[in-house]
Design a protein around this ligand. Structure first.
Ligand code: GLC
Length: 568
């Protein structure tokens, strides 16, 4: 077996800095808070942190609109605080990767301020400028993709908010400037990058218009109200059709190769994970990205065994077909999507399903990424007061619903709250204290804390409760770390037609492990035939079975049980 790299064996944990831990009591997370919680992450079993943007930003898109790539947002601390955080993480054996936003900067970045100042300044061509809007392209956040600037009497292009102008990556000076920023953090010792929205870096040079008979707000509204299978299929086609000329260009491969070459100059196996599910961005397997996320796994309303098996069959076959075999990367939640607990719940067995899905991510082949808070079962918190929304794509939609689409304000508020990403970005719930212990009692946190911190969804109480979600995650992570087949092993599905449970093997030359995830309230007696194996020695059971053995011919699996067993 070839020696695995750290990013293949690591358990990653995404920290959303604004919401993780408030060290200075201003209602906003910061580096002092994050550093103080490193022991918590270490105890949980985290090997690597993906830090969402920590750079200075006017926060039109919560940090994904960067105004200085080589510094730290003042509300999060100083560069010295960052260095302390990195040092303390490394001292605990925890790697740190940063978020790298290449597609766009903030409209307050000095590059853009200069670029927009005239048509002939040195950075005039650093962004994408046109004399008149050449097509009907939409921004995926706030309507028209072309915004007017009087100083130049021209329009610039933005795939996201108008406060996030797209850089012109066809200009070599842009590359050089960005590569300097990339090196700045690598020189400080960071272990790699999560690459934001890479698919959108290049657009169709022919500027082909889209053919959807709607604008963004109309399409959003249409999607919300689509009911029939035809409407649902149409909405999906429209979303694809509306944006397909604005992303996924082949030029990106060369850019990723250039970036990869920079990382490879450094020691320590620095890594890149792309916010994209296209395996093509792994190049030949060792010359573009190290990992891309398996988003198709998470993009379903209900997690079913059939969906998981189909997903694994397709993804693993494509990874295997790369000249250098690719490594999978699985996640079920992040700062852009509903929380696992809410997303895949059925309203009746949410806790059981959340536990099953945690086990899924931690036992499938590949590197798992967790999102802060999922380990205590945090849930979406829908903000129905539009004045409290901080996700500007939602406040934009709220206004569009009322002003353009003439939707009733109460309905608009609900829709905006539901589509807003604020619901899955609320502060981490640390204890049974006002504000969930995130910030001092008299301080208003930047987003409201989910009131269920008072119903046991908090770290402090869960640490003390052996049956808590937190201790469940810890036990599962421990089993993963101490079971080589769960990290390095191959994958083989069993009982491929089972609709209510997902059973599979993970195996190396020396160890074979059976995983059964029972996605139903039905207790089962299952019979497995695995050549050369007779007994299943239980390594983990969510039903609290002891470490006993069961014959493979009569495996008892309880309602919603997660069972992991070594075969002998
Ligand atoms: C990515 C980020 C998202 C952000 C967008 C624009 O999708 O995950 O939060 O809004 O890029 O940077």
């Amino acid at each position: 077996m070839t020696q695995l790299k750290w990013w293949q064996t690591a358990l990653f944990y995404q920290i959303y800095p604004r919401s993780f831990a408030d060290g200075n009591g201003d209602g906003i997370g910061d580096f002092a808070g994050m550093t103080a919680r490193l022991d918590y992450l270490h105890d949980l079993g985290v090997d690597a942190i993906w830090l969402s943007p920590h750079f200075p930003s006017p926060n039109w898109d919560c940090g994904y609109d960067i105004s200085d790539y080589c510094n730290v947002a003042p509300e999060y601390g100083t560069l010295e605080d960052f260095k302390t955080f990195l040092h303390e993480a490394h001292a605990r054996g925890i790697k740190v990767i940063l978020d790298l936003v290449l597609n766009h900067t903030s409209d307050e970045h000095p590059w853009f301020l200069e670029s927009k100042s005239s048509r002939d300044n040195p950075k005039a061509d650093w962004y994408v400028w046109v004399d008149t809007p050449p097509n009907n392209w939409q921004s995926c956040f706030d309507g028209d993709a072309w915004t007017y600037v009087p100083e130049r009497n021209q329009y610039y292009y933005h795939y996201f908010m108008k406060q996030q102008p797209d850089l012109n990556w066809r200009n070599p000076e842009v590359k050089q400037a960005m590569w300097q920023a990339v090196r700045f953090w690598l020189d400080l010792g960071v272990d790699g990058y999560r690459l934001d929205a890479i698919g959108t870096i290049y657009e169709d040079p022919a500027l082909t218009p889209h053919s959807v008979p709607m604008n963004l707000a109309q399409l959003r509204r249409f999607s919300e109200t689509a009911r029939t299978p035809e409407e649902i299929a149409l909405k999906e086609r429209y979303w694809h059709e509306m944006f397909r000329h604005q992303w996924g260009r082949p030029e990106l491969h060369d850019l990723m190769k250039e970036l990869r070459a920079i990382l490879d100059e450094y020691d320590g196996d620095r890594m890149l994970v792309g916010e994209d599910d296209d395996i093509a961005y792994m190049g030949s397997g060792n010359d573009e990205l190290h990992l891309v996320f398996n988003f198709p796994l998470m993009r379903v309303a209900r997690m079913t065994p059939a969906h998981i098996r189909r997903n694994q069959r397709e993804r693993l076959a494509r990874l295997d077909a790369l000249p250098v075999r690719g490594w999978p990367c699985n996640t079920l939640g992040n700062h852009d999507t509903s929380r696992i607990y809410s997303h895949y719940g059925d309203g009746q067995h949410d806790a059981e399903l959340a536990r099953l899905n945690a086990a899924l991510v931690l036992t499938l082949r590949g590197t798992p990424f967790l999102y802060n808070g999922e380990e205590i079962g945090m849930q979406d918190y829908i903000i129905t007061d539009p004045t409290r929304l901080r996700d500007t794509m939602a406040t934009w939609y709220y206004q569009a619903l009322i002003n353009d689409l003439k939707v009733d304000p109460a309905e608009a508020a609900l829709r905006a709250g539901e589509m807003s990403r604020d619901k899955n970005r609320t502060p981490m719930q640390w204890g049974l204290l006002p504000n969930g212990g995130f910030c001092p009692p008299h301080v208003t946190p930047w987003l409201p804390v989910h009131p269920n911190y008072a119903e046991g969804v908090n770290v402090k109480e869960q640490i003390d409760n052996p049956d808590s979600m937190l201790n469940y995650y810890k036990r599962l992570i421990h089993v993963r770390k101490t079971t080589p087949a769960l990290i390095a092993g191959e994958y083989k599905p069993l009982h491929p037609r089972a609709e209510e449970y997902f059973a599979f093997l993970r195996f190396t030359e020396t160890q074979t492990v059976l995983v059964v995830l029972n996605y139903s309230p039905q207790h089962r007696e299952l019979k497995f035939t695995v050549p050369g194996k007779k007994q299943a020695h239980i390594l983990f059971s969510s039903a609290g079975r002891g470490r006993r053995s069961q014959p493979l011919t009569r495996m008892s699996v309880g309602a919603f049980e997660v069972l992991i067993a070594a075969l002998e």
